[in-house]
Write a protein that binds this ligand. Structure first.
Ligand SMILES: O=P(O)(O)OC[C@H]1O[C@@H](O)[C@H](O)[C@@H](O)[C@@H]1O
Length: 290
């Protein structure tokens, strides 16, 4: 069961629903942004800040922001807003349906739907972005970009998943050993040895070949398994205490409660599409006991 609530949450429109087994989800139309997913019998899987701002054209801290058509400030570090405009735009709900205990929502965005885009991205191409979200015992998210222009299109993208943990200091991310890493803090390259652990700020882009990561969370006694298809990068981020204190939309202690493990195609792995071509990025999130 789901319902669309116009101005349903601090003046923003949302789709909110439950699955027959008792799972819950919320999606904000701004950004087609999943802000809650709680499968039946589980703690919430996604972290959303208690201090998140819910205002038109302001990014929501938590959940799954969709970063598009650039990541951070873009490949040349000269774009704003950070992480592109898709997370600030109001998407159109194309369809919602329920089938065999799962709910599927399909969203659409094209550049004509974004106010004042000329000031943000004067060089944009025409494209259609579709996001399909399926809520059941797993969560599936597909992001499809279709180049509807007559010239090639190059875009970066990320599903910037904020995963909720009991205590980041005990958490580890497996599945990235041996990958090349670019530190966004220092700009240096390295190779990941063993699992990613957290003892200070972590902000790094991995170049991956396998699409499977596992976040181990001893404090909540669970694993969050993410399986990605057509993704060449995984970004791992936790701001740690000092940086968190500078983020007005994050509580001073909330940095302990999440790890971002982001499914992405960025930098030299940006998506190149000829006219008429399409690309689909797929992610499945599942939870299991540790
Ligand atoms: O504050 P924002 O724009 O949502 O970005 C949050 C973080 O997103 C991560 O993906 C970046 O690697 C970090 O550098 C950044 O700080």
């Amino acid at each position: 069961m789901f319902e669309r609530l116009e101005d349903g949450h601090h003046g923003l429109s949302i789709v909110r629903g439950t699955t027959p087994d008792g799972g819950r989800f919320t999606v904000h139309e701004q950004g087609a942004h999943i802000t809650e997913w709680t499968p039946a019998g589980e703690e919430p899987v996604l972290f959303t800040s208690a201090y998140a701002r819910y205002e038109p054209r302001v990014a929501i801290r938590g959940g799954i922001p969709i970063c598009f058509p650039w990541f951070a400030n873009g490949r040349k570090d000269n774009k704003s807003p950070a992480h592109g405009f898709a997370r600030l735009a109001t998407w159109q709900l194309l369809e919602g349906r329920e089938n065999n205990g799962v709910t599927t929502l399909q969203w659409r965005l094209d550049p004509t739907m974004i106010p004042r885009l000329d000031g943000i991205d004067p060089d944009r191409n025409r494209f259609v972005l579709t996001c399909t979200q399926t809520f059941g015992t797993d969560l599936q998210v597909s992001l499809r970009i279709h180049n509807t222009d007559e010239v090639p299109l190059v875009v970066e993208e990320a599903l910037h998943t904020y995963l909720r943990v009991g205590d980041v200091r005990q958490a580890t991310v497996l599945g990235l050993a041996g990958t090349e890493i670019l530190s966004r803090r220092t700009g240096t390259w390295d190779t990941q040895i063993g699992p990613v652990t957290f003892a200070e700020e972590v902000d790094q882009i991995h170049w991956v070949s396998s699409g499977v990561t596992e976040l181990h969370d001893p404090a909540l006694g669970r694993r969050i398994i993410q399986t990605a298809t057509n993704s060449s990068n995984t970004v791992v981020w936790n701001p740690w205490a000092e940086n968190a204190a500078e983020l007005g939309d994050l509580g001073d202690d909330e940095w302990t409660e999440f790890v971002c493990v982001e499914t992405a195609n960025v930098r030299n792995k940006a998506i190149h599409l000829n006219p008429g071509q399409a690309h689909e990025l797929d992610l499945t999130i599942a939870v299991a006991p540790l």
